[in-house]
Design a binder for this molecule. Structure first.
Ligand code: C2E
Ligand code: MG
Ligand code: MG
Ligand code: MG
Length: 282
């Protein structure tokens, strides 16, 4: 590639990159005081049993509403919090808040909390978890932690130790976003997971591609042989729901059922929905 081309593309893209980098830097600055200023909130999205359509649990999804920037999506700020080392503090707040909220829900409803890969480094999580359970009074068996495959890239011995220690507390572990990036079936065999969450991109692909459908079937069958439960994420249509339920996927999560909602807007008894979803009557 010629110097001229590289030079001209640099001039074209540099101002935009600067703007993005500057926004990231300003968001990082704002993040430093976000906990103190109470700018975080958890929303909860239900998971339903694919056969009975009853709510089995909720996933806690972090929301940040900043004074200066307004709502910022976790897709944008979580990576910044990870890079700058702030995810540990934020993640601890999420665990405490989610356990406090869930402690007030019916006993058969679980709560799933997303973990950042950094939270599996070291051993501090093994102190944070009993504290969150103890202070909220939530039973360990009602707590589930979601980790992505990125978290498995570190020292496998340490990660396996951590996962076993967590499960010994009675907490369960889900592998999140399966089917994106570097998904590997061997992860299911190697690491002690209780649940596998099939990513939204895989769910939608399976509806249009017979090949993807075959892969999803194989994944579900392997998971069940390993006694690992399965959830499909990002289910938006009745057609998807029907196909996934027929395949034997245990749980369904997605906008078809409900969008993530603040804790005070949840209706645990709601086990009925039509093609327009729960929100149609809300
Ligand atoms: P995730 O854990 O895979 O969460 C599912 C994401 O899909 C959520 O996005 C949810 O709102 C969205 N979603 C659910 N159903 C549908 C659907 O039917 N259609 C579509 N288009 N989207 C759907 P959200 O809330 O923006 O979160 C994005 C990601 O940010 C999460 O992906 C998770 O990786 C991360 N995240 C969220 N909260 C936390 C947290 O407390 N800690 C950490 N470490 N990460 C978090
Ligand atoms: Mg998740
Ligand atoms: Mg997910
Ligand atoms: Mg996902």
């Amino acid at each position: 590639r010629s110097k001229t081309l590289a030079g001209s593309s640099y001039r074209i893209f540099a101002p935009e990159m600067d703007a993005l980098a500057q926004r990231a830097q300003e968001l990082e600055y704002e993040l430093r005081t976000a906990l103190k200023r109470n700018e975080f909130e958890l929303n909860y999205q239900p998971l339903v049993d694919s056969q009975t359509r009853k709510i089995t649990g909720y996933e806690a999804l972090l929301r940040w509403n900043n004074l200066k920037f307004g709502p910022v999506s976790p897709g944008e700020f979580v990576p910044i919090a990870e890079r700058s080392g702030m995810i540990a503090g934020i993640g601890e707040w999420v665990l405490h808040q989610a356990c406090m909220d869930a402690a007030g829900w019916p006993n058969d409803i679980h709560i799933a909390v997303n973990l950042s890969p950094h939270q599996l480094n070291g051993f501090s999580l093994l102190a944070v978890l009993p504290r969150a359970l103890g202070e909220s009074g939530l039973l360990a068996r009602r707590l589930e932690l979601e980790i992505t495959e990125t978290a498995l890239e570190g020292d496998p011995e340490h990660i396996i130790d951590m996962l076993h220690s967590i499960r010994e507390m009675g907490i369960s572990i889900a592998l999140d976003d399966f089917g994106t990036g570097y998904s590997s079936l061997s992860h299911l065999v190697r690491f002690p997971f209780d649940k596998l969450k099939i990513d939204r991109s895989f769910v939608s692909e399976a509806m249009v591609s017979a090949e993807a459908m075959t892969i999803v079937r194989a994944i579900v069958s392997l998971a069940h042989n390993l006694k690992v439960r399965t959830t499909a994420e990002g289910v938006e249509t009745e057609e998807q729901f029907g196909t996934l339920a027929e395949m034997g996927i245990d749980e369904i999560q997605g906008y078809l059922i409900a969008r993530p909602l603040p804790a005070d807007r949840l209706d645990h008894a709601q086990n009925r929905f039509d093609a327009a979803g729960f929100n149609a009557t809300a």
